[in-house]
Design a binder for this molecule. Sequence first.
Ligand SMILES: CC(C)(COP(=O)(O)OP(=O)(O)OC[C@H]1O[C@@H](n2cnc3c(N)ncnc32)[C@H](O)[C@@H]1OP(=O)(O)O)[C@@H](O)C(=O)NCCC(=O)NCCS
Length: 157
Amino acid sequence: MATGPIVELHRNSGDWDEIVAEIVKLERKIFPKHESLATFFDQELRKKNSGLLYLDINGEVVGYVLYSWPSSLYASIAKLAVKEQWRRQGHGEILLKAAIEKCRTRKVSRILLHVDPMRTPALTLYRKQGFQVDTLIEGYYSSDRSAYRMYLDLDAN
Ligand SMILES: CC(C)(COP(=O)(O)OP(=O)(O)OC[C@H]1O[C@@H](n2cnc3c(N)ncnc32)[C@H](O)[C@@H]1OP(=O)(O)O)[C@@H](O)C(=O)NCCC(=O)NCCS
C-alpha cells in the first residue's frame, strides 16, 4: 500500500534542481543507456506540454512518471519507474493512475506509450490499467531491442 504523497514538479519549484538531479540518478541506474532519458531529462521537462509526478516518502524520491500532451489529440507516458527496493508495493500503479488522470484533464482521447516487451512488470501493469498493444516496433530502442506501442482510449466523459 502506497503511503507517500504524489507531488507534481512545477517549473518554479524551489527544489527543481535537487529533484531533477535525483531522478536523473535513478534514470541512469534503472535504464540502459539507449533507453535512458537521463541526458535530456531537464530539457524534456522544460517543454511546455510536459509534466512530472513523483512519489515522496519521507523526503525520498521513490518513483516518478514523466508524461506529455504534444497536442489536444493525444498524450504520452514517456517514463515510469520505481526504485528497486520500493517495488511491488503499489507505488508504480498509483503513479500511473495519477498520470492518466492528469492526461484526462487535458481532454485528450488517447494515451500512448512504448514499452520493451521484455519488461514484464511494466507490461503487466499497463495491461492492468487497460492499455492495449497496438503494434510491435522493431529496433525501436536499439538494433536488437523492440518496443510495443500501447494505447489507452479515454472515454469522452
Ligand atoms: C514497472 C514498475 C514501475 C512497477 O512498479 P511497482 O511499484 O513495482 O508496481 P506495483 O507494485 O504498483 O504493481 C502494480 C501491478 O503491476 C504488475 N506488476 C508489478 N510488478 C510485477 C512483476 N514483477 N511481475 C508481474 N507483474 C508485475 C502487476 O499487475 C501489479 O498488480 P498486482 O500487485 O495486483 O499484481 C517497476 O517494476 C519498475 O520501475 N521497473 C523498471 C522500469 C520500467 O520497466 N519502467 C517501464 C518502462 S518506461
